[in-house]
Design a protein around this ligand. Structure first.
Ligand SMILES: [Zn+2]
Length: 107
């Protein structure tokens, strides 16, 4: 389970989606979650986000728009993790539509 304290995500759920990544915002806890496939496994990233008042360039899709500043922590099976902050689209669906390279999520 990628996020023991949150929604359950299974690989089969991901396969049914034609998206570069799966992302959702938890408005109440101000956290954003990402799941994307990497080397045949699913990688989960969770981060705290704050809506940014000015339009800025999204770190994932490179488009200018309404963004949130996301401070994320990557988690995987090796319990290897890193933290960093990035501006990312508030609208996950729109970002997915504009994003073609999932490696942008590794930054
Ligand atoms: Zn974006």
């Amino acid at each position: 389970m990628l996020f023991p304290n949150s929604n359950k995500v299974k690989a089969s759920d991901y396969d049914s989606l034609l998206l570069t990544y799966l992302g959702w915002n938890d408005v109440r806890s101000k956290r954003r979650y990402f799941v994307y496939p990497m080397d045949d496994t699913l990688v989960g990233v969770e981060g705290a986000y704050m809506i940014h008042t000015q339009p800025a360039t999204c770190a994932l899709c490179g488009c200018l728009g309404q963004v949130a500043h996301v401070t994320k922590k990557a988690v995987n099976q090796e319990s290897d993790y890193h933290t960093l902050g990035n501006y990312m689209c508030v609208d996950n669906q729109q970002c997915n539509a504009q994003l073609t390279d999932p490696h942008a999520l590794e930054q």
